[in-house]
Design a protein around this ligand. Sequence first.
Ligand SMILES: *[C@@H]1O[C@H](CO)[C@@H](O)[C@H](O)[C@H]1NC(C)=O
Ligand SMILES: *[C@@H]1O[C@H](CO)[C@@H](O)[C@H](O)[C@H]1NC(C)=O
Ligand SMILES: *[C@@H]1O[C@H](CO)[C@@H](O)[C@H](O)[C@H]1NC(C)=O
Length: 201
Amino acid sequence: MRFQLLSLLLLPLLAVASTEEQMVLPSESFQDGPGEPFVPVTHSGKPSLADLLTIESSASIFYSYARETELSKLFSDPNANNTLLVPTNKAVIALPRKPHEGPAPIREGVILSEAEFDNLSKKNVERWVSAHIIPFPVSLSSSGEYTTLLEGKNVSFTALDGGKNAPEWARVVLNGDVRLTGIREASNGVMYILDGTVILD
Ligand SMILES: *[C@@H]1O[C@H](CO)[C@@H](O)[C@H](O)[C@H]1NC(C)=O
Ligand SMILES: *[C@@H]1O[C@H](CO)[C@@H](O)[C@H](O)[C@H]1NC(C)=O
Ligand SMILES: *[C@@H]1O[C@H](CO)[C@@H](O)[C@H](O)[C@H]1NC(C)=O
């Protein structure tokens, strides 16, 4: 817990630091060990999806869920090019059933052991997060349907009329009624902030 808290406090600082191409560091104070000078990691300039999620406090619940799964490795993979559909905390809180609970209640009379329950929760979280990842770039200039990392689950974008001066992402709805409220461009993909979630059946 203490480590988690610490990393939550530190990560935004690191993410910000890593986007600075030229950092001037005091030569003495950043030592990794005896005679090991601290070498800052610099990317191609743009932050990764992982960096952007770390500082996106309005969507911290999504990132917390994603970090429980291996899927979050994609967010820092420099060779990936994913499109993330990132619900705001408000949208997740409004869900009648939380992502780890899955879409359907456990059948009455079925008693799960703690380990089985943990497994089920983990699987539900994986399904939910993967339905929010389109594993390739998409164009929002017209309506379209795309596969997600959840097998059999597609998402659609529908272009709305009007608002010709608004950016493309503001002129589509996801799955009929979810508005996109922002875009963040990363070195290894794009994320759209949603005022809703991808609903699993
Ligand atoms: C990801 O896809 C976009 C849009 O097709 C492209 O402009 C960009 O160069 C790609 N980035 C990587 C790292 O492949
Ligand atoms: C939980 O999942 C793991 C890995 O899939 C499996 O090896 C284990 O048997 C499962 N445990 C229970 C109690 O279902
Ligand atoms: C998902 O969309 C793809 C095209 O992007 C289509 O080929 C496929 O049949 C669709 N799958 C489902 C389950 O609707």
